[in-house]
Write a protein that binds this ligand. Structure first.
Ligand code: S3P
Length: 431
């Protein structure tokens, strides 16, 4: 497949329901699988990454029911196998493009009496796994990668709780250690240097696990058995952010986005949009159900220059490409302290620079970030999403402000987190 054409738009307008959150869906599925009893997850994320998690769980002997069509679409029923009930898969577990699947599943598999091998696509096979190998090995499991990359073979073992301070701000590493800690002897503590999304902590509580949170320290006692639950996934803040950025970018725009997850660890983009000039309101806020959610109303209000530094980064790490897209609409953006971007589905600094330049943009790469000069409108052109879903969406949002139509190659990558993205973009766009 391939190339998608994006037409410039003068403004966007509309109201839409945001599909389920990718990060939260992975966690609910994994916890449901190791729980006692059945679980039902509603509004499960529709993208390929969360399907990869369900495929891996099914290969581990977990009964997963996921209607693909009709009224029950997005409702996943999982028969929990209990904390140590997986069966050995006959073949490697394929995590596709999904880093969260590999890293969180590694934490779960570390304590299982099984040997499993995790593989993934070309992008995932380039991503660093040493960050989970190191703490899980310290807990007692055997993990062997190829130069700390996939394929990753995990031989589970009786684990011992540890105190761990991840060297990088990573919710995936924190989550892997906590999930392993559930199966460990004694107490496991993760001490974060910078707060990251706390979906795992909230999800553990939803499945009946007790944990204590003291500032930047999260601890849990091993030996607890999660219990199956009925949970509902909030709309994906990262998907909502696309339309928020488009509305912020184009004069006269307004969008209302319903059911959006408002976890504080995810919505740093809202503050960045406000700093750029957008007007944002939150309506119908709901705090029940483990994850806060509500309707986001975003209106254009000018596009000013924004600075983002290390302390802002964890709460908007996945939105940096689309914030770069916003900056091409006239504002400008300087990002530092974001070297983690080089380890995402692509080297997101290099591939973002290449793509925005191909559309006529001006972007200077920094070792740990980038600077966008938005003073000249884009000309339009042909940008390569490099197999990275967040870049495909960022290039599309940038292209809305170009002088001519643009083409995005490898644009099908949006299916990783947001199938239907381009149809919605066409529906919202006003010429
Ligand atoms: C995620 C954490 C972040 C984020 C990724 C999803 C998660 O990665 O970029 O898209 O679900 O925990 P890191 O843990 O590598 O920062």
């Amino acid at each position: 497949m391939g190339t998608t054409v994006v037409q410039p738009a003068s403004r966007i307008e509309g109201r839409l329901q945001i599909p389920g959150d990718k990060s939260v869906s992975h966690r609910y599925a994994l916890l449901a699988a190791i729980s006692d009893g059945p679980s039902t997850i509603t509004n499960y994320a529709p993208g390929a990454d969360c399907a990869s998690t369900l495929d891996c769980l099914a290969a581990l002997g977990v009964a997963v029911d996921r209607p693909a069509h009709g009224a029950d679409r997005g409702r996943v029923r999982i028969e929990g196998r209990g904390i140590d009930g997986f069966t050995a898969p006959g073949t490697p577990l394929d995590a596709g493009n999904s880093g969260t699947t590999v890293r969180l599943l590694a934490g779960v598999l570390a304590g299982q009496q099984l040997t499993t091998t995790l593989v993934g696509d070309a992008s995932l096979s380039r991503r660093p796994m040493g960050r989970v190998i190191e703490p899980l090995t310290r807990m007692g499991a055997r993990l062997e990668g190829v130069d700390d990359r996939l394929p990753l073979t995990i031989t589970g073992a009786p684990l011992t709780g540890i105190e761990y301070a991840p060297p990088m701000a990573s919710a995936q590493v924190k989550s892997a250690v906590l999930l392993a800690g559930l199966q460990a002897r004694g107490r496991t503590t993760v001490r974060e240097r910078q707060p990251t999304r706390d979906h795992t902590e909230r999800a553990l509580a939803m499945f009946g696990v007790q944990l204590s949170i003291d500032g930047s320290e999260i601890s849990l006692d091993g030996g607890q058995r999660p219990v199956g639950a009925e949970v509902s996934v909030p709309g994906d803040a990262s998907s909502a952010a696309c339309w928020a950025v488009a509305a912020a970018a184009l004069p006269g725009s307004e969008v209302s986005l319903d059911g959006v997850g408002l976890n504080p660890g995810r919505i740093g983009f809202l503050a960045a949009l406000e700093r750029a000039g957008a007007a944002i309101a939150v309506e119908n806020r709901m705090d029940e159900g483990g994850e806060p959610r509500g309707t986001l109303v975003v209106r254009h209000g000018g596009v000013g220059r924004v600075e983002i530094t290390a302390e802002d980064v964890p709460s908007l790490i996945d939105e940096l490409p689309i914030l770069a897209a916003l900056a091409t609409h006239g504002g400008g953006l300087r990002v530092t302290g974001a070297s983690e971007l080089r380890h995402k589905e692509s080297d997101r600094i290099a591939a973002l620079a290449a793509g925005l330049r191909a559309l006529g943009g001006q972007l200077e790469e920094l070792e740990d970030g980038f600077e966008v000069d938005g003073s000249r409108p884009l000309t339009g052109g042909r940008a390569d999403a490099a197999g990275d879903h967040r870049l495909a969406m960022a290039f599309a949002l940038a292209a809305l402000g170009a002088g001519a139509q643009s083409e995005i190659t490898n644009a099908e990558a949006v299916d990783i987190s947001y199938p239907g993205f381009f149809d919605i973009l066409r529906n919202l766009s006003q010429s």
